[in-house]
Design a binder for this molecule. Structure first.
Ligand code: ZN
Length: 110
């Protein structure tokens, strides 16, 4: 399995498949499987059984399914595209990821 460094809430762009070009937020990271779930990408249909006791109506739901983390790149708003990133250590010791092209930080600022 390839190592990857994506985290929840990262903005990524899908590089392959039918959702190519989709920009979305990482909703979940499954490091053991090398997979991620990305907002608005890789929808699958799921059949929901009606369940009266839980007040579930049933029917077909669309939801995001996990897919290979290697199919996305981190999205850089400066470059307006998916980019490779570098690791950088700040003076205070914090490790951040920066865009390999324009060098802007790709971490979400809180
Ligand atoms: Zn950039």
């Amino acid at each position: 399995m390839k190592r990857f460094d994506l985290r929840k809430n990262d903005t990524v762009v899908v590089k392959t498949g039918k959702d190519k070009g989709t920009v979305g937020k990482v909703l979940k990271v499954l490091p053991d499987k090398g997979r991620i779930i990305v907002e608005k990408a890789h929808f699958v249909k799921e059949f929901i059984r009606p369940d009266r006791s839980k007040n579930i109506q049933g029917g077909i739901m669309e939801k995001e399914a996990p897919f290979e983390a290697s199919n996305v790149m981190l999205y850089c708003s400066g470059c307006a595209r998916g980019v490779r990133f570098r690791h950088k250590r700040l003076d205070d010791g914090t490790k951040i990821r920066t865009c390999a092209k324009c060098d802007s930080p790709l971490e979400k600022t809180k």
